[in-house]
Write a protein that binds this ligand. Structure first.
Ligand SMILES: NC(=O)c1ccc[n+]([C@@H]2O[C@H](COP(=O)([O-])OP(=O)(O)OC[C@H]3O[C@@H](n4cnc5c(N)ncnc54)[C@H](OP(=O)(O)O)[C@@H]3O)[C@@H](O)[C@H]2O)c1
Length: 188
């Protein structure tokens, strides 16, 4: 059975996007990007909320040539090789290869996807991830905390959620980013 992983890059105060809609401060440097690539290599399917999808679509056509850093070339290849499920009630279609559209988040369908999948599944952004966290479907949370406080915006984790977590791994980077890998124990 595959794991469902919620992965997010957030500020120290827990926001993925600030109140002005910016997340420039979340852009990984080469060291973090290389680590991120290593983690993503085992992912077979990405579950995306529509907004996160619109951001990540960049990787469908991003250069894989010498004009971009090696970590970006590598990530573009990793991303294109994975399946994507996009959740949206407003998009007409997703025309990208290896992507399909779902109109609503069906916990039972995701449970079955986990059972059938041979490679791990990740979920993002926070709006969609809230549904999976609330349904108790998320097995691990991987957080990249950036050394910045932004004061408001989109919460990485939803209000009202109670989760017990077990720390599985951590890592610090030269930029001051800290990676925290937690297993979810139970939700109430
Ligand atoms: N921190 C970072 O490194 C980083 C990286 C990339 C992007 N971002 C930004 O982070 C933000 C993403 O967070 P978000 O919470 O605003 O967006 P999100 O979860 O990616 O997308 C929200 C949208 O997904 C769809 N959706 C969510 N839950 C659903 C459900 N249960 N059933 C069906 N559809 C569902 C809806 O689309 P419809 O409105 O179409 O129905 C909803 O408006 C974006 O602004 C993105 O640009 C941050």
């Amino acid at each position: 059975m595959a794991k469902l992983i919620y992965s997010a890059i957030a500020s120290l105060d827990g926001f993925t996007v600030d109140a002005d809609g910016n997340f420039d401060w979340a852009a990984p440097d080469e060291e973090v990007h290389a680590f991120f690539n290593d983690r993503e290599r085992s992912v077979g399917t990405y579950l995306y909320g529509r907004r996160m999808w619109e951001t990540m679509l960049y990787w469908e056509t991003a250069s894989t040539g010498d004009d971009v850093p090696a970590v970006e070339r590598e990530y573009a290849r990793i991303w294109r090789a994975a399946d994507k499920v996009v959740y949206s009630s407003t998009l007409d279609a997703v025309s990208t290869s290896r992507a399909r559209l779902e109109r609503k988040f069906d916990p039972e369908a995701v449970r079955q996807l986990k059972e059938a999948a041979e490679q791990d599944i990740t979920i993002g952004g926070p709006g969609l991830a809230a549904s999976a966290l609330t349904a108790g479907l998320v097995d691990e949370c991987h957080l990249f905390l950036n050394p910045v406080v932004v004061g408001g915006g989109t919460h990485a984790l939803p209000a009202g959620l109670h989760l017990e977590l077990e720390l599985l791994d951590e890592r610090r980077f030269g930029s001051g980013v800290v990676y925290l890998r937690y297993r979810t124990a139970r939700s109430t």
